[in-house]
Design a protein around this ligand. Structure first.
Ligand SMILES: *Cc1c(COP(=O)(O)O)cnc(C)c1O
Length: 362
């Protein structure tokens, strides 16, 4: 047997300190820790039949379409662009990996703000790049001036921006994003994973005509309820999509996921009908939480809430007791004292609110 030290020496040096991403086992009936949709496509009667037909017509012995042509054209229509401005991959996470592979060389710098989506850092570190982080200020407010100064100083290869941001839920202003995109000397990767829950008119997808350096990431995991199918995409000028295509494995997107994605987009009005309910539920929860003592909530424009409280651990435990798992940041984590809660069905949201009230106002 090799000793642990010997094995570690096999790894590329930049990977030796990394810990594999771990997901807590779900042992309770309700998991609202991962921003998933509460709705299964199988439960929408009109869609169920279409899903069965598509899956039946999918042949497992054949390789899938390398660029998922039909799905790609449906996605292009959905975002109002052409097919050659869209690239699909195995989830947004896979897109982030491709972006890092294509653009980050050892020693390159990437700029993020904190807290934000953890996967940005992983992609950059994995390629031997270095991540510079500008902390949010106040109650998780984006430090635009700090970001501008960091761009000027570090000249980052990629600037990662997430609108609205995960895990805080806070949106960026359009002018803030445009100021950053204008001064960025390299690429800006704008992550719009939750855009359907914000105002679709604040999407910067139309701005790819203006900005050569803008790549906009989207996913079918959240509003479309297809986290299990792993379907993500990026939208940019077609010359940029061509650059990224160089690192895409030929058959990265399996045929069954492509089939599920086609149905979700063909029936997008039905699939997305629940989004406005989630948004009004989110706003109701924010209003209720704002009226409670000892707990604060970021004004979210997503399908989740980030709350902070000196009683965060007690809240987490009380919710578990109720059979509800939220995202908890353990002692030592920079976000300790915070909890991220996915907005879900009205009755569960109400149970969550009651439990929060019970803990902070015993
Ligand atoms: C969920 C999420 C993604 C993409 O997730 P996939 O399931 O891999 O498509 C990307 N960015 C953010 C901020 C997310 O929360």
């Amino acid at each position: 047997m090799k000793t642990e030290t010997k094995r570690l020496a096999w790894l590329r040096p930049e990977l030796r300190e990394l810990v594999p991403y771990a997901v807590s086992p779900i042992t309770v009936p309700v998991a609202v820790n991962a921003n998933e949709s509460a709705q299964s496509l199988w439960d929408l009667p009109e869609i169920r039949q279409a899903l069965l037909e598509e899956l039946q017509n999918t042949a497992p012995q054949h390789y899938p379409k390398p660029y998922a042509d039909e799905l790609r054209s449906l996605v292009a229509d959905y975002v109002g662009r052409t097919q050659d401005e869209v690239l699909l991959a195995n989830g947004g996470d896979d897109i982030l990996g491709l972006m890092a592979q294509a653009f980050i060389a050892p020693g390159d710098t990437a700029l993020i703000h904190t807290p934000t989506f953890e996967m940005y850092q992983l992609g950059v570190t994995g390629m031997g790049g270095r991540v510079v982080a500008v902390p949010d200020t106040g109650f998780y407010e984006h430090d635009v001036e700090g970001m501008l100064a960091a761009i000027a100083k570090e000249q980052p290869k990629i600037v990662y921006l997430c609108n609205p941001n995960n895990p805080t839920g806070r949106p960026w202003q359009r002018e803030e994003l445009e100021r950053l995109i204008e001064v960025a000397p390299g690429i800006v990767l704008l992550d719009e994973a939750y855009m359907e829950f914000a105002a679709p008119e604040v999407s910067l997808i139309p701005a790819i005509d203006t900005y050569d350096n803008l790549f906009v990431l989207r996913t079918l995991s959240k509003a479309f309820g297809l986290a299990g199918a792993r379907l993500g995409y990026i939208v940019s000028q077609k010359e940029n999509i061509n650059l990224l295509s160089r690192v895409k494995p030929p058959y990265n997107l399996n045929a069954f996921s492509q089939a599920l994605g086609r149905v979700a987009l063909r029936y997008k009005d039905t699939v997305l009908a629940g989004v406005s309910t989630v948004c009004s539920e989110r706003d109701r929860m924010i209003a209720d939480i704002e009226a409670l003592p000892d707990i604060a909530v970021v004004p979210s424009k997503t399908n989740f809430l980030f709350v902070t409280s000196p009683k965060a651990t007690a809240i987490y435990e009380a919710l578990l007791e109720e059979g509800i798992l939220v995202k908890y940041y353990g002692a030592g984590h920079p976000l300790h004292g915070g909890l991220r809660i996915t907005v879900t069905t009205e009755s569960i949201n109400t149970r969550i609110l009651k439990t929060l009230a019970k803990v902070v106002k015993p």
